[in-house]
Design a protein around this ligand. Structure first.
Ligand code: NA7
Length: 290
């Protein structure tokens, strides 16, 4: 298929590379020049990338970025024609998603929100899980593209429901990791060897995908960004806003939000969200040793 891929960050670049590998005709665009994907054409603007594409796939930071890439000067919306499918793998506001989808629907363009879970490794290994919202027929048409970049697609309902479900997923990831980080901080302070605690965690019902993925990085104190703290904080804010609008109370998430905000203020925003551990360590006056 002819695909325009907009946004070559930690996630977008390997995703676009996997589309090329699967034999699709890919044109890429990134705000900052110099990021490229071997085997893909490079366009100067989102509008140029989208011209002639059957599918326009976005993976940029946040709601504002999606709005600019689509509707800004030289935005992709300027060159979308009827029948094109717009797919958004960024995690953004569900309410904004519905509004953006409405705007392009007037041009005969279908919107599929398809945020992902699986992090950097999932993007690189084409094992992402897509959390999709949109029309069944549009989803069926882009199935080969999902297959090239991921291992599973979950269809949650109409446009916007993918983003809603993604927020519910990241709420859990943030809170599960917080539980792990607080547990190893306390255990360390109480003098427990974390190398002895980890096998216990993994053998028990406490074991989780989040802990399994993050523990090796934490033990090596490798906080280079797989999923940057600033983006998890963005998702926590999106979740808080969606909950507020729906009159749902999330007291646990509010506490975790404060940890992320303080960790960002401490200069850790561009590190992985696992670096929230360092704030807990600072408060406890210890460092967890692997
Ligand atoms: P990264 O690695 O921070 O990459 C973000 C990408 O978004 C990158 O290509 C940025 O371009 C682009 N970006 C950011 N702001 C804008 C604006 N205003 N206009 C156009 N492009 C922009 O994030 P990830 O790849 O880890 O994550 C992407 C999404 O998936 C995000 O929603 C996550 O929560 C999930 P740059 O190179 O900085 O010019």
């Amino acid at each position: 298929m002819r695909v325009a891929f907009l946004g070559l960050g930690i996630m977008g670049r390997p995703m676009a590379a996997n589309l090329v590998k699967a034999g699709h005709e890919v044109t890429v665009w990134n705000r900052t020049a110099g990021k490229e994907v071997s085997g893909a054409q490079v366009a100067a603007t989102p509008a140029d990338a989208a011209a002639g594409a059957e599918v326009v796939w976005m993976c940029v930071s946040d709601t504002t970025a999606v709005e600019q890439v689509l509707f800004g000067e030289n935005g992709a919306a300027h060159s979308l024609s009827a029948g094109v499918i717009l797919v958004d793998s960024s995690t953004i506001s569900p309410a904004a998603t519905t509004q953006f989808a409405e705007r392009v629907r007037a041009q005969g363009v279908a919107w599929v929100d398809a945020p992902v879970t699986g992090s950097k490794i999932g993007a690189e290994n084409a094992t992402l899980i897509f959390i999709a919202g949109g029309d069944e027929a549009a989803l069926a048409r882009i199935q080969p593209l999902f297959q090239a970049m991921g291992k599973q697609v979950f269809h949650l309902g109409e446009t916007g429901k993918g983003q809603c479900a993604k927020l519910a997923m990241n709420l859990q990831i943030a809170m599960i990791y917080e539980g792990f980080a607080e547990a190893i901080t306390l255990a360390s302070k109480l003098g427990v060897d974390i190398n002895r605690l980890l096998p216990l965690i993994m053998a028990s019902m406490v074991k989780s995908g989040v802990v399994e993925y993050k523990a090796p990085f934490v033990m090596k104190r490798d906080f280079s960004p797989n999923f940057p703290l600033r983006l998890m904080l963005k998702d926590i804010h999106l979740t808080r806003d969606a909950a507020k609008a729906a009159r749902v109370r999330l007291p646990g998430l509010e506490a975790v939000e404060e940890v992320y905000e303080l960790a960002a203020e401490d200069g850790h925003a561009d590190l992985d969200y696992a670096a929230t551990l360092t704030l807990l360590e600072k408060w406890a006056g210890i460092e967890v040793k692997g």
